[in-house]
Design a protein around this ligand. Structure first.
Ligand code: NAD
Length: 416
């Protein structure tokens, strides 16, 4: 990854603009520009054929002023320390935007989970958790799924941590399977959050979501659930993509049938209910709503001017580079920024953590209703801040977060 598209520098660039507009004092600015703790671990794992591989893993805690660090674990061959640092900082701002009492953390391991067996993934996960054991915990740092990890990975996290502390500690991780303390609604929570803010954004433009056209990049947890929920809400999802390719159907894709196809074949390519298209073209289709739901640096200075969507809802973290922001703004594209748009996941992770600590579990309706309350409130606060500071929604969201995190820092003071 070139420095030009370094996600940590992209975070710092937005932070700098927001801090200046907000009038953040210099000491706090310096604190927020770097994570408070970064851990690098080497993970020896015996592979199925008997040979040993040593993987590199990271856990970064950006800021814990508002509560324990919170953030996913990513398994991907392109993970870098700077990527994990950026993701941890975005978690600080995201938790503040939706007002859940957590700080920001993130983890990652450089590996290709698509080429590893379940046994290899389990051994890798257990060794990683054993190595970062001292800095995680229900009151310290609470991991969750991200790219390349899922509920099964979180179950191994729970078990490894619990074996070391000698008691079952299910609040150490969220996004777990239901039978061991997971929350109803967590699996689809990020997608549900995307749906909620897409509806709010369309309303702001005086338009309805029902009947609106949608394109979704990525068809993993975030992309597939966003597409499904938007489809069920009456929107017409006309294109989706993943690493296997991209497909399109102007009359609208049958998302339920597509999910079945992906479960069987592991990719959207070859789906009979649509025709193949060039993946890069998906981003520039003339749709009402574009959901980049795969990874960072997809909307750049190279393609931003060609984007025809009216609304972009950033399901992924960091899909838009700082250079692309002003181009989209000039073209009147309403961007719902990542730290608001994909915060449904961490919000229901918070609900899961609360349920674990209370030992009392909510019905799905309660989870979903509370999620709507949190997301709509956050959306309104972000746009009120945007108006107050006469800026764009991304910087508005950063300012809202900076205000909350810096207040917490002031209450607590610097311990020197
Ligand atoms: P995932 O591993 O479940 O899915 C990733 C998807 O992206 C896969 O379908 C993959 O094929 C696709 N993809 C990868 N490279 C692509 C490319 N170049 N073009 C098109 N598709 C591509 O991961 P996920 O959990 O859905 O996470 C996706 C994004 O959402 C990440 O940025 C993640 O940080 C963010 N996010 C996830 C959650 C969550 O709860 N899982 C919450 C907030 C944000």
């Amino acid at each position: 990854m070139s420095d030009h598209h370094n996600p940590f520098e992209a975070m710092q660039a937005r932070l700098k603009v927001a801090a200046e507009l907000y009038g953040l004092e210099d000491a706090l600015f310096k604190v927020f520009m770097a994570p408070s703790r970064s851990m690098i671990v080497s993970l020896p794992v015996m592979m199925d054929d008997g040979h040993w591989e040593v993987f590199q893993g990271y856990r970064v805690q950006h800021n814990v002023a508002r509560g324990p660090a919170k953030g996913g674990i990513r398994y991907d061959k392109n993970v870098t320390l700077d990527e994990v640092k950026a993701l941890s900082a975005w978690m600080t701002w995201k938790c503040a935007v939706v007002d859940v009492p957590f700080g920001g953390g993130k983890g990652g391991i450089i590996c290709d989970p698509t080429k590893m067996s379940q046994g290899e993934l389990e051994r890798l996960t257990r060794r990683y958790i054993a190595e970062i054991m001292d800095i995680i915990g229900p009151d310290r740092d609470v991991p969750a799924p991200d790219m390349g990890t899922n509920a099964q990975t979180m179950a191994w996290v729970l078990d490894t941590y619990s074996m070391h502390v000698r008691s079952t500690s299910n609040a150490v991780v969220t996004g777990k399977p239901l039978g061991i303390g997971g929350s109803l609604g967590r699996n689809e929570a990020t997608g549900r959050g995307v749906l909620i803010v897409a509806r709010e954004a369309m309303q702001r433009l005086g338009k309805h979501l029902a009947g609106a056209t949608v394109a979704v990049q990525g068809f993993g947890n975030v992309g597939s659930q966003s597409a499904r929920l938007l489809h069920e809400a009456g929107a017409r999802v006309i294109a989706v993509s993943d690493v296997s390719g991209a497909i399109k159907n102007d009359r609208g894709l049958d998302i339920h049938a597509l999910m079945k196809h992906v479960a069987e074949t592991k990719g959207v390519a070859g789906f009979k209910g649509g025709e193949a298209m060039e993946p890069a073209e998906l981003l520039t289709l003339p749709v009402d709503v574009l959901v980049p739901g795969a990874m960072e640096n997809q909307i750049t200075e190279d393609n931003a001017a060609k984007i025809k969507a009216k609304v972009i809802v950033e399901g992924a973290n960091g899909p838009t580079t700082p250079e692309a922001d002003p181009i989209l703004l000039d073209n009147g594209v309403l961007v719902v920024p990542d730290i608001l748009a994909n915060a449904g996941g961490v919000t229901v992770s918070y609900f899961e953590w609360v349920q674990n600590r209370q030992g009392f579990y909510w019905r799905e309706r309660e989870v979903n209703e509370r999620l709507v309350e949190y997301m709509v409130h956050a959306f309104q606060q972000v746009f009120a801040t945007t108006d107050k500071y006469k800026t764009n929604p991304r910087i508005g969201a950063y300012i809202l977060a900076l205000d909350k995190v810096s207040q917490a820092m002031h209450y607590r003071g610097f311990y020197a």
